[in-house]
Design a protein. Structure first.
Length: 755
């Protein structure tokens, strides 16, 4: 690698147009190009403008050639925006600049030196499905209990090690804990060795291999340190340890590193982000300059003042106070409501009112702490006919766990629902794999009967293996039991029983994936939703109508999303429901993470408030119904931390002056088995809707079996699995056959051909 000749250092003209567009702190951040710099950029303070203008300034003043500038960010969208802005500023193309995501830049480096880390330059980057498949193979080979430690859980642990910059040899007893019975370090090493055999890397390897490369080959590191005169980093508060180590090594050559970020918006610890990276910047880079961008160009002063004073309760922050030259604006509207239904009715009616008043739906957003909160808002928006979009994920009834649960209920209500049965017949896993399903399908087509009836007939024969036959029999017996139960209990109790007895709840409780607790919350919300309907059939009909809503409609739409998905976005009007203790701050997060997690929850609240340009509504319910039980709710502590002079409290009529709902109780968390403490890797389920066509070499007439009743006793027949045999009896299409090699077997008439 050869670096270009050092460019001529030419100071920018004081009247340069790009400098005139900046406020004083922004301009200082742009012009402070020598030495380490941390730019603390508050929400809406123009951090992207500073970052791109700084790159352009370095180029315009000829402090570096394009290929001597390294700029990294977290998303391809942000990288494209950065490149386009620089190109527009300098009046030409931005070729040569090293601008991209952490992973894209690391991949570029790694392909140059792949052989030094045991790979070839054309290595494959495995997607997550392939990674988990590989881990599953290793678990099976090492005889690890995959029910206790599923592949997704082991894979998630390996991902965290890589985020922390830990290679297998650095995973000690303390780090390993009890993961995979204490063998996670061993499995991690086997996984890495296997990747090298495959000439492959996963996403975590891209950074980790680069760090290893730099540490073990100082000459390679020195070349990159010589090449990059300036290193710039966007969203530094979201960096993990591996990214931090990679950046430190690259920047140590010339020490010209500029990190832009906001410690008050670090909300991704569950993805490996370390807020400590930004908090200790001045210790990592002695003599570092810190510039605070505090002038906000998005929100009103009331919004900024309220958010600033709330976030000031965090001790783990560097500190800044946002202000604006814009008008003071309205106070934050804090509304106390009866329950979740009242909350959804108020917020969605307010959205409709704003729309009728001329406000754009595109400028309205409902930001929830957890996805299970979305259902009631979706129901109300659909009722009102207000167009909406769910950002960052599927609609509530489109989520995989909800579709699975509904499929179970559909089969209870209508056993001939083939698509529903096919979806959940092996979810959770029951040993009813593809071969079993194909057998059931083949008999179903031959006899023109439903899969359910086909399965009922198959279990009386030897067509499928004994273990699969036993599992299928138990499943059908369970459906019979649940169907009888549906006549005696309400649909909420029925749904809870079905999910528990089917093993579906346990599947997610034993799942170690980070999203498993959220999926359990969604299931609990689904069960709770059933209370609004007179019958299971009425609920299923409602779901069909909801799912039929046209999502391709053009025009304005209100946005519904989680607070995590809202980071980086802005709206005129923001609605923040569910600000109650245990909901927000989230009880599970705080129980698991303690004070650090509480501070991250507060940062999440700060992010929510600062998405708003004009108005903020915060709602908290006096009570919520959880699986049929009314629970009293306390307002979130974050509401108490908002200063009185910047908020306006409104209480729903009669809320604190009347008598509470019948049956209301302050008892603890009610639980139908979907404990919020469950977590772990995801599950695998059979594809739904598709029908496999089985092709066999002999005999061809098996694809079109003879109709029932045509195979007489004493006839010699052929069966694909058991071979040749003689029919001993035929009772309504169920044959007993003495096979020449397999002995006496019971099979369905549709599976044989006369020999």
């Amino acid at each position: 690698m050869t670096a270009n000749t050092d460019p001529l250092d030419v100071p920018a003209q004081p009247t340069a147009p790009y400098l005139q567009r900046l406020n004083d702190p922004q301009r200082e951040a742009v012009e402070s190009v020598d030495g380490p710099l941390l730019v603390l950029a508050g929400a809406g303070t123009g951090k992207t403008r500073v970052l791109t203008t700084r790159i352009g300034h370095i180029l315009v003043t000829r402090r570096a050639w394009p290929n001597q500038i390294l700029a990294v960010t977290f998303t391809n969208k942000a990288a494209r925006e950065m490149r386009d802005r620089v190109a527009a500023m300098i009046g030409g193309a931005s070729e040569g600049l090293w601008i991209g995501t952490f992973h894209a830049i690391a991949t570029r480096m790694l392909r140059r030196h792949a052989e030094l880390v045991g790979l070839q330059s054309n290595f494959t980057i495995l997607d997550q499905d392939d990674q988990i498949r590989l881990v599953k193979q290793i678990i099976e080979a090492e005889e690890i209990d995959d029910k206790r430690w599923p592949a997704r859980a082991v894979h998630a642990a390996i991902e965290r090690f890589k985020d922390r910059g830990l290679t297998p040899d650095k995973v000690g007893v303390a780090e390993a804990g009890d993961i995979a019975d204490g063998r996670i370090g061993e499995l991690y090493k086997i996984y890495q060795d296997r990747l090298k055999v495959l000439n492959a890397a996963d996403f975590g390897d891209l950074l980790l291999h680069c760090v290893t490369l730099f540490l073990e080959h100082p000459d390679v590191l020195a070349d990159y340190q010589q090449q990059f005169h300036y290193v710039l980093v966007d969203e530094y508060q979201d960096s993990n340890v591996a990214q931090y180590l990679w950046l430190r090594l690259l920047a140590q050559g010339r020490n010209n590193i500029c990190c832009v970020g906001d410690d008050d918006q670090s909300i991704y610890s569950w993805r490996g982000a370390e807020v400590g990276n930004i908090l200790r910047f001045d210790k990592d880079f002695p003599g570092a300059k810190v510039i605070r961008l505090e002038q906000n160009y998005r929100s009103t002063q009331q919004i900024l003042s309220a958010a600033s004073q709330m976030i000031a309760h965090n001790s783990g922050r560097l500190g800044k106070t946002l202000w604006t030259e814009a008008e003071s604006g309205e106070p934050l509207h804090i509304r106390a409501v009866w329950d979740g239904e009242s909350e959804a009715r108020f917020i969605c009616d307010e959205i409709e009112t704003l729309q009728r008043g001329g406000a754009s739906l595109d400028g309205m957003a409902i930001l929830v702490r957890a996805s299970f909160q979305m259902r009631e808002f979706e129901e109300r928006l659909i009722t009102l006919g207000v167009p909406y979009r769910v950002v960052g994920g599927p609609r509530f009834y489109e989520r995989a766990e909800i579709r699975d649960a509904i499929a179970y209920l559909r089969v209870v209500a209508q056993p001939n629902d083939d698509l529903a049965l096919e979806r959940i017949i092996n979810t959770p896993k029951r040993g009813l794999g593809t071969a079993t399903l194909q057998t059931i399908h083949r008999h179903s087509r031959a006899q023109n009967i439903s899969l359910y009836e086909s399965a009922r007939q198959i279990i009386e024969t030897d067509e499928i293996k004994p273990q699969a036959r036993s599992s299928l029999r138990k499943l059908l017996e369970a459906f019979d039991r649940w169907r009888a139960m549906s006549q005696a209990v309400d649909q909420m109790e029925l749904a809870g029983t079905v999910l528990d007895e089917s093993g579906y709840t346990d599947m997610w409780q034993n799942n170690k994936a980070p999203d498993a607790p959220g999926r359990l919350e969604n299931l609990k919300e689904l069960v709770s939703a059933l209370r609004e309907f007179e019958s299971l059939e009425g609920f299923l009909e409602h779901i069909s109508l909801v799912m039929d809503r046209d999502d391709g409609a053009a025009g304005e739409m209100a946005s519904l999303m989680t607070l995590h998905a809202a980071k980086g976005l802005e709206f005129d009007h923001v609605f923040l429901p569910g600000w109650e203790e245990e909901v927000f701050p989230n009880r599970r997060s705080v129980d698991d993470g303690g004070s650090a997690a509480l501070e991250e929850e507060r940062r999440l609240a700060y992010v929510g408030i600062t998405r708003a340009k004009q108005r903020v509504w915060i709602c908290h319910a006096s009570s919520r119904r959880v699986y049929g039980q009314w629970l009293s709710c306390a307002p979130s502590r974050f509401i108490d931390e908002l200063p009185d002079e910047f908020v306006e409290h409104v209480v729903e009529p009669g809320l604190y002056g009347g008598i509470g709902e019948p049956g209301m109780t302050s008892s603890g968390d009610q639980n139908w088995g979907a404990s919020q403490q469950g977590r772990g890797p995801g599950y695998q389920r059979m594809r739904s809707g598709g029908r496999s066509t089985e092709r066999v070499s002999r005999p061809s007439s098996l694809q079109e079996p003879a109709p029932s009743g045509l195979v007489a006793v004493g006839i010699r027949v052929f069966h694909q699995k058991f071979g040749y045999g003689t029919v001993q009896s035929n009772e309504g299409g169920k044959l007993e056959i003495d096979f020449e090699k397999a002995g006496m077997k019971k099979v369905m008439e549709s599976f044989v051909e006369t020999a």
